[in-house]
Design a binder for this molecule. Sequence first.
Ligand code: S3P
Length: 171
Amino acid sequence: MNKRRIVIVGFMGSGKTTVAGALAGRLRGNMIDLDSFISDRTGRTPAEIIEADGEEFFRGVETRTLLYLLENTGPEVIALGGGTWTTEANREMIARHDYLSVWLDAQFDLCWQRIAASDSIRPLAPTLTAARELYQQRRASYALARFKVEIGGAEDADRIAAKIQTQLEMS
Ligand code: S3P
């Protein structure tokens, strides 16, 4: 069970980074946040890359960085970006490297509340309408994740991580 490696999937504002950190603590493993790793390697945040060079360019950087992480670092837990899991090639790469996927299924209103309250710039969710449309579009691919946890907003990250751990142990 401790050998299992996990990617955390979900929309912007679903809590991927904090839950991934809590889960890694429980599994006594390392956690890497893909967006932060991209920022460290390129010197630019995903938002800066998207704004300067466009989303398509960013997706290339994202896939190459993910592959590098899977091949070289192999942390126990990876928090993906909100769009990473929606690309089939990324999903295949993740499966090939024996990572299990967990979808943080948070209601749109909760995600939007967090997006609106956050200091981070999200160029792909500039307005409530654009964010909702993207959220709806992506649900079908998020649903391809192996495990799902419903996120209501009241539970803290460790409680959610505990639920994930239970699902992993029972599978
Ligand atoms: C994106 C989500 C962002 C970041 C980039 C693109 C997306 O990550 O990767 O801005 O396509 O949903 P978070 O989900 O951590 O905000």
